[in-house]
Design a protein around this ligand. Structure first.
Ligand SMILES: Cc1cc2nc3c(=O)[nH]c(=O)nc-3n(C[C@H](O)[C@H](O)[C@H](O)COP(=O)(O)OP(=O)(O)OC[C@H]3O[C@@H](n4cnc5c(N)ncnc54)[C@H](O)[C@@H]3O)c2cc1C
Length: 358
């Protein structure tokens, strides 16, 4: 379905005002072939941009592009053994609903990734991860359309070049449209990963309530849902796009020097004598928990999350003003530059850099 001058303010979880020139909603792969043939034959010049659940993007007030929305649905069982199942999930499936469905079937591996917003086709883009698990722990392949050459490809996990919140899709924006994701999930209900924070104790409580001694994947999933609901604002109630700032990585000597003035500074050792510093802590210590530039304010319980208090009216410029203000305050106090995490989409659909607001 093709719409002209389409309002996308309800199609991004930050609820930023956005009017797109053209939006094409795809409910099967053949529609993409047809649309791209039309696009090519008419020598269309409008840039292409792929938008799924809109939970990791900051959209411009005017998007002079053709927005492709992959909404193909379906979960297909490919192989079923005593130990594992292979499933193929279409890009338009809601990620959290997929997690709930797989656990209800006794197919495990996605439980730690519960409640991450967005659609399945976007999950490989930043190799979504939470509570010690990343998508590439179970991803087998991706079927994707290469937009510049109009060709379909089946890409292995190694072709996707996954890294921490990274993939080749992220490094080459507006180049691929992912239409299917192949996953291998296991069937061993005793295999869980619950070592992060309070997950083990909350999962244990769920197990005991059910008369079991050991937590199962469903208990871990429920624990993670509870913890996330307490920590993160629900975008439907308070628009946001999750963690707004990346945790900066600084060298050990800078960290040691900062420890003199700030003995409680939170850092995690990284390879090559580097230290990853908790951006949320830096923002909080700069006195900005709940602060910002209205209507874009940090969340009162989680300073890393920027929230929009003027849904469907605030624009990318408002986000830029708040981002610059927060980043400057943090820099003045700690001499550390904090960078943006979500994808900054410019009016011509190119992607902005993380440290410059506009
Ligand atoms: C409250 C909250 C909590 C979050 N928690 C986490 C978390 O714990 N871990 C985590 O990793 N992320 C987290 N996120 C970020 C976000 O949910 C994920 O990045 C998610 O995968 C984005 O999916 P989406 O469908 O909303 O993608 P969109 O925001 O629509 O798109 C994101 C990017 O992917 C590209 N893209 C989208 N779909 C496709 C496709 N089919 N093919 C090719 N490119 C595509 C877009 O062009 C864009 O560059 C959180 C976000 C919020 C709002």
């Amino acid at each position: 379905m093709l719409k002209q001058q389409h309002d996308l303010s309800q199609a991004n979880t930050m609820a930023l005002a956005c009017m797109a020139d053209t939006v094409v909603t795809l409910t099967d792969e053949a529609q993409l072939d047809d649309f791209m043939a039309y696009y090519r034959d008419n020598d269309e010049q409008a840039p292409l941009f792929v938008l799924s659940g809109g939970s990791n993007v900051l959209l411009p007030a005017t998007l002079q592009a053709t927005v492709l929305q992959p909404h193909m649905r379906g979960i297909h069982l490919l192989e079923h053994t005593d130990d594992y199942v292979d499933i193929e999930v279409m890009a338009g499936e809601n990620w959290h609903e997929l997690v709930l469905y797989t656990i209800s079937q006794g197919w495990y591996g996605l439980e730690n990734l519960a409640l991450i917003p967005g659609l399945t086709g976007a999950a490989p883009v930043q190799n979504i991860g939470a509570y010690g698990v990343q998508l590439d722990d179970c991803l087998q392949y991706v079927r994707a359309y290469h937009l510049p050459s109009n060709t379909w490809h089946q890409l292995t996990a190694s072709d996707c070049q996954f890294g921490y919140r990274d993939s080749m899709f992220k490094r080459a924006p507006n180049t691929w449209l992912i239409s299917r994701v192949g996953l291998r999930l296991h069937k061993d209900a005793t295999r869980i990963l619950a070592s992060y924070g309070d997950v083990q104790s909350v999962a244990q409580r769920y197990a005991e309530q059910d008369g079991r001694q050991q937590p199962m994947p469903a208990d871990v999933m429920q624990a993670i849902i509870d913890i996330r609901q307490q920590k993160l604002p629900d975008p439907k109630q308070l628009p946001n796009c999750g963690s707004f700032f990346q945790n900066p990585i600084i060298n050990q000597s800078q960290f040691t020097a900062l420890q003199v003035s700030f003995p409680n500074i939170v850092g995690y050792p990284m390879p090559d004598s580097m230290v990853k510093v908790a951006a949320g802590w830096l923002i909080e210590q700069a006195g900005l928990k709940g602060g910002g530039i209205a209507p874009i304010m940090t969340h009162t319980q989680q300073a890393l999350v920027l929230t929009n208090h003027a849904p469907f009216m605030a624009t990318q410029e408002d986000v830029a003003a708040a981002q610059d203000y927060i980043a400057n305050c943090v820099y003045e106090k700690f001499a550390i530059t904090i960078m943006r995490e979500p994808v900054w989409v410019q009016a011509d659909a190119t992607i902005g850099l993380g440290n410059h607001a506009i």
